[in-house]
Design a protein around this ligand. Structure first.
Ligand code: 3HC
Ligand code: NAI
Length: 707
């Protein structure tokens, strides 16, 4: 196999080019090729300086993540970077695309760095549960100072070329768009001025400055801990940067960085975060995309300008679509438009959108109407009217008559049967569910609900729109609540049972937050409005299975008193004077005790671990049922739904990955234990039983062919 690294000359400049598509990851052959090229340059009397550059779309985008978790084949990256730095003649990195992680560490080992204006650099290792492991934590503070380095490394953010220049991370932003030309020109400047190598390891001024600052690392640790929410790597990043300042020399700091890197590489968090990295990309690979071709979409109709319709409109406008919003009457369309305007205004205030962008969106791309006929020429309609089958059927009946042939007809329904909605039209093949999450302009999850007759082209169109709107599209089959809300229904019920049995709602929320969710289920229902769940329970009361345990009386009673959560100032929590963070409400505890007394329940204590054992077991068991019914294609789809729509901590990888890491036998034995208390609710999923019998994991199902 030919090497992915080539070596050529441009006059007196050696050009070392990597060609390892798609992102020039630093896999073993790349590291080996780079090491050999550097050795060749050292002995190359014709070359006065060398440029390292990426071909294709980017400089090295980092270590090859696929190699993680396996024994690393020599040469290791830190050694290769040291070889570059030790060169007796100048080596220049010419950056374009995304120079990330190990890729940027190669650049930091070079003596000079030039970037094309569109280049981005960064050290995103923290997001994979590790720290930069090829000198990034030692060289970045030497160039940019400790505080800037800590900001960069603990956030993993990508920095544009100009900011990188301002921070001292690179030496020049070139006007050239071709990185090789930029690198060779810069190298000419270096040799022309007789400038020699400038090893980053020898730059100590910024470290000396840090040594004079008392309490610097305490402050950095406190800031990192606040954002980390249970994730280990941000704090370990600080440890490694501190080693740059305190170690006896550069090599000792580098050795400490490697020790910390290796510890994290062996952690569950690293495994979970890598699962999330590949999971985010895997969910886009669905059978329909193998045959389906996306239809062209430029104009979209959104029906309903309420919470969801307005959020969806903003997401689509931001993605560049033309949006026609349709509402029931003049007041409603005025309110819908006002919601869009207000949110965009907020975006401008927070610097997310420019005033100019906002004006363009509102003037050129967006218009509101009360006439469905305005949808005659749109390419896609997303319906976001009330969650009522009758209302939705009426809307789809009208759309069938109005919309042009080939228009994709999507419903944003949360629970309703998309097959039944599709049957209202003469073109069920064009109907699909596109289930956004609130706030739709922010939340990344978009469940793409494939109905029985949805055409593969229609599925492909929904995925293409998701991608353009920067959403994570995840395929779901049709069932009550699809993947996300169906699974959520189960763990919310467990949360209510836990309260009836003895936990306080505050203990449940604390346990869930302690696990890593941003919010517990009861704070969440206070935020969304307790009346929503109450209405659903009332609607389903008549058809509820008599064997099903009903543990929502205490919530119903709170609602009966007119307390629905934040919007009424009281729910499970109380919100004095419009506070957004709730305080414990003694009345809630009284109501709970009253219900327990009436039902003859002897309250018992639950530790946070016991709460989470039940909460996660319910999530996993229902996830397994969703899988065995074919509603979700693979376990990873359920994981990503939880991550992108429900706040599951990314560093735990999602419920199915969590189950694998805990051991499926352990999860099943918990479920069996609970089954003895409530056989109806806790019936184990057959798939889970089968996997345990075969000694397999959920992950083994991710690896199966999708078609
Ligand atoms: N290793 C292996 N495969 C990678 C990869 C990597 N570092 N980065 C991307 N890929 C793969 C993706 O999985 C995807 O594969 P697929 O087509 O089979 O799904 C393909 O390359 C293209 O990636 P994207 O779809 O993500 O392409 P984009 O253009 O949207 O994004 C990117 C490009 C910004 C480079 C993005 O892929 C990315 O952020 N990659 C990860 C960068 C990273 O985290 N680097 C640090 C790695 S850790 C490290 O370097 C350790 C060191 O300190 C020792
Ligand atoms: P909402 O009550 O805020 O908005 C619904 C809007 O639809 C109202 O403005 C109403 O005037 C309009 N409308 C009703 N009938 C109409 C018709 N025939 N023609 C035109 N407009 C009509 O409701 P929300 O929350 O926006 O929900 C809409 C849909 O989105 C529902 O199906 C809901 O289940 C779903 N959904 C809601 C989420 C949420 O968190 N609110 C999350 C995901 C989906």
């Amino acid at each position: 196999m030919s090497s992915p690294i080539s070596y050529s000359h441009d006059g007196a400049i050696a050009v070392i080019t990597v060609d390892n598509p798609p992102v020039n990851a630093l896999s073993q052959p790349v590291r080996e090729g780079l090491s050999k090229a550097i050795a060749r340059f050292e002995g190359d009397s014709k070359a006065k300086a060398a440029v390292i550059v990426g071909s294709g779309r980017t400089f090295f985008a980092g270590a090859d993540i696929k190699e993680f978790g396996k024994p690393l084949a020599a040469p290791g990256l830190p050694g290769v970077v040291n070889e570059i730095e030790a060169c007796s003649k100048p080596v220049i990195a010419a950056l374009h695309g995304t120079a990330l992680g190990g890729g940027f560490e190669v650049a930091l080992g070079c003596h000079y760095r030039v970037a094309v204006a569109s280049a981005k650099v960064g050290l995103p290792e923290v997001n994979l549960g590790i720290i930069p492991g090829a000198g990034g934590t030692q060289r970045t503070p030497r160039l940019a100072g400790v505080e800037a380095a800590a900001g960069l490394i603990t956030s993993g953010r990508h920095v544009g070329a100009q900011e990188a220049l301002d921070l001292g991370l690179i030496d020049e932003v070139s006007n050239d768009t071709d990185p090789t030309a930029a690198g060779v020109a810069f190298a000419g400047l270096i040799t022309g001025n007789d400038m020699g190598p400038r090893p980053t390891r020898d730059l100590n001024d910024k470290l000396d400055e840090a040594r004079k600052q008392d309490g610097l690392f305490d402050g950095l640790r406190a800031a990192a801990a606040k954002k980390a929410r249970g994730q280990l790597s941000p704090l370990v990043c600080i440890d490694a940067i501190e080693a740059a300042v305190t170690a006896k020399d550069f090599d000792a700091g580098l050795a400490e960085e490697r020790r910390l890197f290796d510890t994290l590489m062996a952690s569950d968090q690293r495994e979970a975060l890598i699962h999330a990295f590949f999971g985010e990309r895997a969910v886009g690979k669905v059978p329909e995309l193998e045959t389906g071709n996306p239809r062209e979409v430029a104009r979209v109709g959104v029906i309903g300008g309420g919470t969801m319709g307005s959020g969806i409109s903003i997401a689509l406008l931001t993605a560049g679509y033309h949006v026609t919003m349709v509402e029931r009457d003049d007041d409603a369309i005025a309110a819908g438009k006002a919601r869009v305007e207000k949110t965009l205004e907020g975006g401008v205030a927070r610097g997310k959108v420019s005033g100019e962008q906002r004006d363009r969106m509102l003037a050129d791309q967006f218009h509101g109407t009360t006439s469905m006929n305005a949808l005659a020429q749109v390419d896609l309609v997303i319906e976001a009217v009330f969650e009522s089958m009758d209302v939705k059927k009426d809307v789809f009946g009208q759309l069938d008559k109005i919309c042009k042939p080939g228009c994709v007809l999507a419903s944003n329904t949360s629970y309703l049967d998309v097959n039944e909605i599709a049957a209202m039209t003469e073109r069920p093949q064009d109907v699909i569910g596109m289930h956004f999450f609130s706030p739709a302009n922010i939340m990344r999850l978009l469940e793409i609900v494939v109905a029985e007759k949805s055409d593969p082209d229609v599925v492909a169109t929904a995925f293409a729109v998701a991608k353009k709107a920067k959403k994570v599209g995840i395929r779901s089959g049709v069932c009550d609540g699809f993947i996300g809300n169906r699974v959520m229904g189960k763990y919310l019920r467990v949360a209510q049972m836990l309260v009836e049995d003895g936990a306080t709602p505050y203990e449940v929320d604390e346990a869930v937050v302690g696990f890593g969710y941003p919010m517990g289920p009861f704070s969440m229902s206070d935020l969304a409005g307790m009346d929503i769940g109450w209405a659903t329970r009332k609607r389903k009361a008549a058809t509820r299975d008599p064997n099903e345990r009903y543990a929502s009386d205490w919530m119903d009673r709170i609602c009966e008193q007119g307390h629905y959560g934040q919007k009424t100032g009281r729910g499970t929590y109380t919100y004095p004077e419009g506070a957004r963070k709730g305080e414990h409400e003694p009345e809630t505890l009284k109501i709970i005790e009253e219900v327990r007394r009436e039902k003859g329940i002897n309250a018992r204590n639950f530790t946070a671990d016991e709460i989470m054992e039940r909460y996660m077991a319910a999530m996993i068991n229902e996830g397994a049922k969703v899988l065995e019914e074919g509603i979700a294609l693979r376990p990873v789809d359920i994981d990503m739904v939880q991550l992108f729509g429900y706040g599951h901590p990314r560093w735990r990888g999602g419920p199915m990955k969590y189950a694998d890491m805990q051991g499926l036998d352990k999860i099943l034995s918990s479920i069996r234990k609970f089954e003895s208390e409530d056989a109806w609710f806790w019936k184990p999923a057959q798939l889970l039983v089968d996997l345990v019998e075969r000694g397999e994991t959920f992950d083994s199902l991710n690896k199966k062919e999708i078609s």
